[in-house]
Design a protein. Structure first.
Length: 253
């Protein structure tokens, strides 16, 4: 019953269908209206937390710039005739990197699934980002034909944070399996796209708005992760195969 509610259209037709389900709700432990309400509450809570994290993510750049100015101020004050001390500049940049890493990890730690592979890849991304910054600084000296080392450090020091945060955006992105598991955990009657795992719950048509794939109702029911041994079946996107053919397709994840 709950699965039928998720495929109903919006508006008066949906309200009439919900009212029609009320007698069944009194005899069922899995009330479709209660499940839909619970799903909406969980989804709204997730979206609220995500928006808050996005706002805090935008604050990373200005706060990191403030930390950079605070750490570089004593370095500039202690500069000598040949400019600021190179090691002090490197130490200041190291402080900025630590701040960015701690800020970024604490911000997204509750969202990212910290598998062993992700932790290792995130750690490896650090030295790679540092190498990119060193290469940029060296290229800066070559292009400017003998620019001061301090200027190269100042220019190249801003590269590692950019490279590392972009790398984490790719490494921490949830896989299709993880997305399907998260949505299935929100409610037992979530409808997922068998191709890209987009949440189709509440849509009036069995067409995925993200990847454009079309399915029959039988195909959707046969390929849901909570009904198909936890895996998404790979079905044809034009929806022309029969339900039995769709169920026999190999897993795409």
């Amino acid at each position: 019953m709950g699965l039928c509610i998720t495929l109903l259209p919006l508006g008066e037709r949906r309200n009439e269908a919900l009212l029609a389900c009320l007698p069944a709700c009194s005899q069922s432990t899995a009330c479709p209206i209660a499940l839909a309400t619970r799903r909406k509450a969980l989804y709204d809570s997730f979206v609220t937390r995500l928006v808050a994290r996005l706002v805090l993510a935008m604050l990373l750049l200005p706060t990191a710039g403030a930390v950079f100015l605070v750490l570089m101020a004593p370095v500039a004050a202690r500069s000598h005739g040949n400019g600021p001390d190179v090691w002090l500049m490197l130490a200041a940049w190291a402080g900025v990197y630590v701040y960015i890493a701690v800020y970024w990890v604490l911000l997204w730690r509750g969202v990212v699934r910290w598998t062993q592979w992700r932790v290792l890849a995130t750690g490896v991304a650090g030295p790679i980002a540092m190498g990119a910054g060193a290469a940029f600084g060296a290229g800066f000296i070559l292009l400017t034909r003998g620019a001061p080392v301090q200027l190269a450090i100042l220019a190249g020091g801003g590269v590692p944070p950019i490279v590392w945060t972009l790398a984490t955006a790719l490494l921490w992105c949830e896989t299709r399996n993880e997305r399907a598991s998260r949505l299935a955990a929100m409610a037992t009657d979530v409808i997922l796209c068998p191709v890209c795992s987009y949440n189709l719950t509440g849509l009036s048509e069995s067409v995925c708005p993200e990847c454009g794939s079309r399915f029959t109702l039988e195909q959707l029911l046969a390929t849901q992760p909570h009904q198909d041994a936890g895996s998404l079946a790979e079905v044809v996107s034009d929806g022309q195969s029969t339900p039995s053919q769709a169920a026999k397709q190999p897993a795409s994840l």
